[in-house]
Ligand binder design. Structure first.
Ligand code: TLP
Length: 349
């Protein structure tokens, strides 16, 4: 039997329609900017996000790193949230590739407010503090349990930063999930931001690919940076074809993924020793603390795996479940049954 895979929304398989589109994709050499399917995807992404231009990149990490490098200088600081992906899960790439240091700031429930950011900006004394060159936000916020940043907050941070001449990048790996939870369009979220990276390969279900959007001159420079990083691909329309389907069709399905996450959260909240506030689960990520059950997350993940459920701990106390289009409501119910059974076992830490 196929396991119930809640490790991430990156694990989805291409749909039959995506596979057909991959097989039939019209292609050209994208390093010459001649792949018609890639060009179509880029035009469509720019249009949906209300930005001048877009660029297809192999991964979210590369997209973020291109945007950091485009808008920072070596020897400066990037302000970001303490649990953010760029800070914790990109191998320190911004230090290596852009020569920047990080200024992590803790946001309430992962969500930075302008006051937090303002207090961390080094602006007016570059002769003795490391100056701030860039602010990056994350929406939805992965390691804050998929929390969403309201559009008003993004606007306030961007207005304050721009007044000081500091650009703002959004890691919007799951921006479509955020838009569904906020009841707005991705263009509304993107409007005040200088650059946005979003992933086709997460909740949207494409097998590979992410995109960056922004002003035309920035995206033109981004093409060279993508090549520098080894991300200039050739007949990559085969991937863009699946990406186009993901972009057009998947956002409408995300509400269902959020309902699955909500069901997991309410079920988990009833279990003895499990700590989670279901009101905080607003997208497709469920992070819960099992330390009071006597289990470590490593052992708990092993016990789940033995019952056909795949999930990871994010530290010794907290597990993460991510819902997506390849997990059904019935599988969510089955997962809750499995956990109930595991937690009812006699356990010694
Ligand atoms: N996130 C992965 C892991 O790396 C943690 C996951 O399973 O959630 N930004 C955010 C907010 C992300 O969550 C991720 C991937 C990325 C960027 C990077 O995307 P890829 O994996 O395409 O480089």
């Amino acid at each position: 039997m196929r396991p119930i895979d809640l490790r991430s929304d990156t694990v989805t398989r291409p749909t039959p329609k995506m596979r057909r589109a991959i097989a039939e994709a019209e292609v050209g050499d994208d390093v010459y900017l001649e792949d018609p399917t890639v060009n179509r995807l880029q035009e469509r992404a720019a249009e949906l996000f209300g930005k001048e231009a877009a660029l297809f990149v192999p991964t979210g990490t590369m997209g973020n790193q291109i945007c950091v490098r485009l808008q920072s200088r070596p020897g400066t600081e990037v302000i970001l949230e303490e649990r953010s992906h760029i800070y914790n899960y990109e191998m320190g790439a911004a230090a290596v590739l852009s020569g920047v240091t990080f200024r992590p700031v803790r946001g309430e429930n992962g969500i930075l407010a302008w006051d937090d950011v303002r207090a961390a900006i080094h602006h007016d004394a570059p002769y003795y503090v490391t100056p701030t060159s860039l602010i990056t936000l994350e929406n939805s916020h992965n390691m804050a349990g998929g929390a969403v940043m309201p559009v008003a907050t993004i606007r306030e941070i961007c207005a304050g930063a721009h007044a000081l001449g500091i650009p703002v990048h959004l890691d919007g790996a799951r921006i479509f999930n955020a838009a569904v939870a906020l009841g707005c369009s991705v263009a509304e979220i993107a409007a005040p931001l200088d650059t946005v990276m979003f992933c086709l390969s997460k909740g949207l279900g494409a097998p590979v690919g992410s995109m960056i959007v922004g002003r035309r001159e920035l995206i033109r420079e981004a093409i060279s940076l993508r090549k520098l990083l080894g991300g200039g691909m050739r007949q990559v329309g085969v991937l863009a074809a699946a990406g186009l389907i993901a972009l057009e069709e998947s956002p409408a399905q995300l509400e269902l993924d959020h309902q699955k996450a909500q069901r997991l959260a309410t079920g988990l909240a009833e279990m003895p020793g499990v700590m989670i506030d279901p009101a905080r689960v607003v997208t497709n990520i469920v992070i819960f603390d099992i330390s009071a059950t006597g289990w470590t997350t490593a052992d708990f993940a092993t016990a789940l795996r033995a019952q056909g459920v795949l999930a990871n701990g994010i530290n010794p106390r907290e597990m993460r479940f991510v819902t997506h289009c390849d997990v059904s409501i019935a599988e969510i119910e089955r997962t809750l049954e499995v956990i109930t059974a595991i937690l009812s076992e006699e356990r010694h830490a």
